[in-house]
Design a protein around this ligand. Structure first.
Ligand code: NAP
Length: 530
């Protein structure tokens, strides 16, 4: 009977995987981690495109498990840029001595459950296999870049990169003619960041988005001192907040205020940092179409006031969705960039892309000659990474078959038929500030492993009933929310992908409630085998 090489094998050295490794070691398990990239960071390793930065406040996104760590890392800006985030994650890894448990450049190609030994055999591209009692895939929801199937992609003679697979070596932009394809969270960060140095940027937009200002700025020394003094309060707020943000919910409905008060409140929102415009807006901003329309009209007016050319301004105002039906991007100087003579919009609704040629992108009105193409075209959200890992559970059940119609899970951490496999931060994770609820999931995974050990068990698997109950809740909640019902969260951006809600539409409150129930019922939702 093959013995495991390690108790816990984690895949992915992003925010979730690093924390899972730390927790497993802390609890006395042997643990190691495989990472496809050459370094630590996950999302924040691969997305090193110009302008990549947090749109959650830095100190709410970082780890909260150690006050010493919180004290010693001095974030420079309210919304840190990618290089600082990558430095932070490397610091965490070294500070907690995690690097020696990690193997980089290790892409998992197969993970097969062996019923006889109760272990996972996990094989990487180089042909080596690690056997683990528990497999934790912390591969994230935004880790498989999506490149549209545009004819001629390979014919392009210039430089082209996807934002989600940006190279480590610098990409030369100075004096270049650049195309940015995609105008969601990634594309809108790239455009204003490169506008200064390039000869031209043509922004290829299929759908406009409800962009509002990030309102980033450096953290002042006084704010640094307040943050340190307020650590316990901040941790308490973040660990219990519905969205994982520190912004308070606003109990007021839009029409409790007069039109003048509403205008003043929207101005306040517009000037507020990041997601505050989402989480602290009127309580009915998503659910009441009229409230939503008022906020959209306010943003549309802002766009008209910021963009000098009226036709460009109109094209930049979304017409096909309400605020919040897609995840809203946050911007710094995006609309203003279109007032520069070297920045222009290509409206793909008017002139769709026909093909990529050797010299540029051909649309129905001709070839746009460029030197560099930035593909900011998104990801195979939620299930993309897990479905590419060759995961095979009990009785030869492939995860690709089990989830052929979309994922079913319990708590977004386990699925029936795949014993001892956990996937915190994967499909059915709650919506909001990712590290917070991904951290909740890592904690319940770790508590589950500790519980199993205390019970003398070797194998743990969620029951089909518990999984059904949780997945039904997700489907019911998804049917009731307008949030993220268009685009990546329902698989809408990938041709042929089953359309099913990929987040936990019940949010963090449902997660908390079910985690409490798991503990109160002594893990009755799981089957434990000695
Ligand atoms: P995305 O939201 O999926 O947007 C992809 C963009 O590419 C959309 O504008 C889409 O247009 C366009 N596109 C896709 N296929 C196309 C085609 N064939 N032709 C032309 N345009 C095409 O991807 P993303 O911007 O990378 O953002 C993904 C997620 O990453 C975000 O929701 C967010 O969670 C995260 N993110 C966060 C930050 C941050 O600030 N922290 C920054 C970047 C990303 P359509 O809308 O018409 O499909």
């Amino acid at each position: 009977m093959p013995e495991p090489d390690v108790d816990v094998l984690i895949v992915g050295a992003g925010i979730t995987g690093i924390y899972q490794l730390h927790r497993a070691l802390e609890e006395g398990f042997t643990a190691s981690l495989l990472e496809a990239g050459d370094g630590v960071g996950g999302t924040w390793f691969w997305n090193r495109y110009p302008g990549a930065r947090f749109d959650s406040e830095s100190y709410t996104y970082g780890y909260l498990f150690s006050e010493e760590l919180f004290d010693e890392w001095v974030w420079q800006e309210h919304f840190a840029e990618q290089s600082e985030i990558e430095r932070y994650l490397n610091h965490v890894v070294d500070r907690f001595d995690l690097r020696r448990h990690m193997r980089f450049g290790a892409t998992v190609t197969a993970a097969v459950w062996d019923e006889g030994s109760g272990t996972w055999a996990v094989t990487t591209e180089d042909g080596t296999t690690v056997r683990a009692r528990f497999l934790v895939t912390a591969t994230g929801v935004l880790s498989v870049p999506y490149l549209p199937d545009v004819p001629g992609l390979a014919d392009f003679g210039g430089v082209q990169h996807h934002t989600g697979q940006w190279p480590a070596e610098p990409v030369e932009f100075a004096g270049k003619r650049v195309a940015v394809v995609g105008t969601s969270s990634s594309g809108v960060q790239v455009v204003p960041t490169i506008a200064d140095e390039v000869a031209s940027v043509e922004v290829f937009q299929r759908s406009a988005n409800w962009c509002t200002p990030l309102n980033n700025r450096p953290i002042t020394p006084e704010e640094q001192a307040e943050l340190r003094a307020g650590f316990e309060d901040l941790r308490q707020v973040l660990n219990t907040s519905v969205h994982g943000f520190h912004h308070p919910l606003n109990p007021r409905s839009a029409f409790e205020d007069s039109p003048e008060e509403r205008q003043a409140f929207f101005e306040e929102m517009w000037a507020s940092p990041g997601f505050r415009k989402f989480t602290s807006n009127y309580i009915d901003i998503l659910d009441n179409p009229e409230a939503n329309a008022e906020w959209c009209a306010f943003i549309a007016d802002k766009i008209r006031s910021l963009v000098a050319d009226p036709a460009t301004a109109e094209a930049l105002i979304p017409k096909d969705h309400r605020y919040g039906e897609k995840r809203p991007p946050y911007v710094t100087g995006y609309f203003e960039a279109f007032n520069r003579p070297n920045v222009s919009l290509v409206d793909l609704r008017e002139t769709p892309i026909v093909r990529v040629t050797e010299t540029g992108i051909e649309t129905t009105d001709g070839v746009h000659e460029v030197d560099v193409i930035v593909w900011a075209t998104g990801f195979d959200f939620g299930t993309g990474a897990m479905l590419r890992m060759g995961i095979v559970g009990r009785d030869g059940l492939a995860l690709t078959d089990h989830w052929a119609e979309g994922p079913t899970t319990f708590l977004g951490i386990q699925t029936h038929g795949f014993p001892n496999l956990f996937f915190p931060g994967g499909p059915h994770a709650a919506a909001g500030n990712n590290p917070r609820y991904n951290g909740d999931q890592v904690d319940i995974v770790t508590d589950t492993l500790v519980h199993l050990r205390a019970e003398g068990g070797q194998v743990i698997e969620v029951t089909a009933e518990a999984e059904q109950r949780w997945s039904d809740m997700i489907d019911r909640a998804a049917a009731a929310t307008p949030f993220g019902t268009i685009g990546q969260y329902v698989g809408g951006n990938i041709p042929g992908k089953p359309k099913r809600y990929l987040l936990n539409a019940g949010g963090r409150p449902k997660l908390f409630k079910e985690i409490a129930r798991v503990k109160d019922t002594d893990w009755a939702a799981f089957t434990i085998t000695p």
